[in-house]
Design a protein around this ligand. Structure first.
Ligand code: TEU
Ligand code: CA
Length: 560
């Protein structure tokens, strides 16, 4: 695998810093807490850490509102702590990528503080300002993710500014070359410190249609801005410029968050010849259980849809590269969403890990996924802290939905499901802090926690450890061509990965019952590498009786 780029052979672990480990008794996770847990991450075997934003921020959207790109927020520590983390991680051959949030800043950022003062200062064109319509209303009908209108009026300028997220998150004006220069400069600052790349927040939204037309009336208000701002006219130009100005000088990885981007558009972003990004977080599999309020619904995904989405992305990104994920800080826990959190929690956690980790691309593990965590049963809707969840609760109440229904969909979909403190052990607050945690700990911590799993050779943790180590050992997991089989099966997802010399056969059941399963004749013969039920070395025949949520990985050397 000598010539393969390092990020193609890597497994990334996502850390939500405020919820990972508190080291100084203030109830908030911090950089020293991450340093303390490096041996845990090393044991798991991950190669890269992605840290959610740790820059100075008023935390309106948990750090996605950056007040100063050159400072670490005090709650997490100091720049010295960050350098220490970087060095100690590098010593263990673990790389670190940061979150780059440059579609918008915080309204507390000095650029915005200056920009809003007048129409003719150094920073006046750093943001997107427009005059009101003659009747004083906003320039167009765009909504924002966390409020209704995406425009906020500022009396000093007599103008509105655009914010696709909260009003405290004004959008930067990427048309302004000075803004782009500022961004490239801050990127270089972190790369020069030794950072190994970036996860790039809502990166496909940078370029807006410059005539700012109204969105069609029938689009849902909170995302109708996609119409005028996703994959916009100068998007690729901006990213190519960024690659030229920044990435060309460093050996780094880039992954762009790309909501509302289809696989054909993804080819353009990730084709190495075009020189833009290494990979994207696509959202198609996150949309399979949307309902009338979008994400906040109790619809259950269908296996056929999931298979179609993965197969499409696996097949489309031939020159480009996939990122593989079940969840992150914006999504609920995969065991609840795609598995079975009641009867088959650990089995389905392992099955989901198998399905994802044997695909082609770079797998991402969101903290706690390696323990098989599930969604969080809060007692009250007032326990939710997240700005998006609060907004949705309000909206559903206005629409007359019952409290029981609202509770149900928040349980199923709130971003807070991912954001509760990490359960390290079964002591108070799961060993996350000995102070009052910034957010309630999931009541599950007494049954699901790291210490317990580290003492149990059959735990989800050790299963993930094996999945990660397989990727390091078998080239076919990195480069093999993907093909799915038995594609009409409503309970079982099977696929192969094949290169010149090797073949992997992966079989994953999504059924709560035993399943009689016929393996295509030509795939028989491989040897079992890993399963969540049986022991290794078994040979693959043409008929299997699969246990509930069983996962199987068979390996075969091909003879020519
Ligand atoms: O998320 C962008 C994004 O697409 C979200 O609107 C997503 O649809 C939503 O969270 C799903 O529930 C990124 C960050 O990951 C998120 O945490 C931030 O709130 C957002 O950008 C603004 O920076
Ligand atoms: Ca702390």
């Amino acid at each position: 695998m000598a010539n393969t780029q390092w990020w193609k052979k890597s497994v990334v672990y996502q850390i939500y810093p405020q919820s990972f480990q508190d080291s100084n008794h203030d109830g908030i996770g911090d950089l020293q807490g991450i340093i303390k847990k490096l041996p845990y991450l090393e044991k798991l075997g991950v190669n890269v850490l992605w840290l959610n934003p740790i820059y100075k921020s008023p935390q309106v959207d948990n750090g996605y509102d950056i007040a100063d790109y050159y400072q670490i927020d005090k709650r997490y520590g100091t720049i010295a702590d960050f350098k220490e983390l970087l060095q100690k991680a590098h010593n263990k051959n673990i790389r670190i990528i940061m979150d780059l949030v440059v579609n918008h800043t915080s309204d507390q950022n000095i650029w915005f503080q200056e920009s809003k003062k007048s129409r003719d200062n150094k920073y006046s064109d750093y943001y997107i300002w427009h005059d009101p319509k003659p009747d004083g209303t906003p320039p167009n009908n765009w909504g924002s993710t966390f409020t209704d209108s995406a425009w906020e009026f500022v009396p000093e300028r007599g103008q509105y500014y655009l914010h696709l997220f909260a009003k405290e998150q004004p959008d930067l004006n990427w048309e302004n070359p000075k803004v782009r220069k500022e961004v490239y400069q801050l990127m270089r600052y972190w790369l020069d410190l030794g950072v190994d790349g970036f996860r790039m927040d809502v990166i496909t939204l940078l370029s807006k249609l410059q005539d700012f037309p109204d969105a069609p009336k029938d689009l849902p208000i909170h995302k109708n801005y996609y119409f005028g701002s996703s994959n916009g006219p100068r998007e690729h130009e901006f990213l190519q410029e960024m690659a030229h100005e920044v990435f060309d000088d460093y050996d780094v990885m880039t992954v762009g968050e790309a909501a509302n981007t289809n696989s054909d558009q993804a080819i353009l972003y990730t084709d190495p010849k075009r020189h833009e990004l290494n990979m994207l977080f696509q959202f198609d599999h996150m949309h399979l259980d949307y309902g009338k309020y979008g994400k906040f619904s109790d619809v259950r995904f269908k296996l056929s849809d999931l298979r179609n989405v993965f197969t499409e992305w696996q097949n489309k990104l031939v020159n480009g590269w996939n990122s593989l994920y079940w969840s992150n800080h914006d999504q609920p826990r995969p065991t609840t969403r795609f598995g079975n959190e009641q009867q088959y929690l650990t089995q389905s956690a392992k099955m989901l890990g198998t399905l994802l980790h044997m695909m082609k691309g770079t797998p991402y593990i969101f903290q706690g996924e390696e323990l098989g965590m599930r969604n969080v049963k809060f007692n009250s809707l007032s326990d939710y802290q997240d700005i998006e969840t609060k907004q949705v609760i309000q909206e559903m109440r206005k629409a007359g939905e019952s409290e029981a229904y609202i509770k149900k969909v928040c349980y199923l979909k709130s971003r807070d499901n991912a954001r509760t403190p990490f359960p390290w052990n079964d002591s108070k607050n799961g060993g996350f802090t000995d102070a009052q945690p910034w957010m309630k700990v999931s009541p599950d911590y007494s049954i699901i926690n790291a210490q317990k799993e580290l003492n149990d050779p059959n735990s989800v943790f050790y299963y993930y450890q094996k999945l990660i180590s397989l990727r390091k050992k078998y080239q076919v997991i990195v480069d093999g061509k993907y093909q799915n089989f038995n594609s009409n099966d409503s309970a079982v997802y099977g696929y192969t990965r094949t290169n010149e010399n090797e073949r992997l056969v992966v079989i994953c059941s999504f059924s709560t019952n035993k399943v009689n399963y016929t393996v295509p004749y030509e795939l028989a013969g491989g040897q079992l590498l890993l399963s969540n039920y049986r022991s290794a070395h078994e040979k693959l025949g043409t008929h299997l009786i699969l246990e509930p949520y069983e996962a199987l990985i068979y390996y075969q050397k091909l003879t020519h």
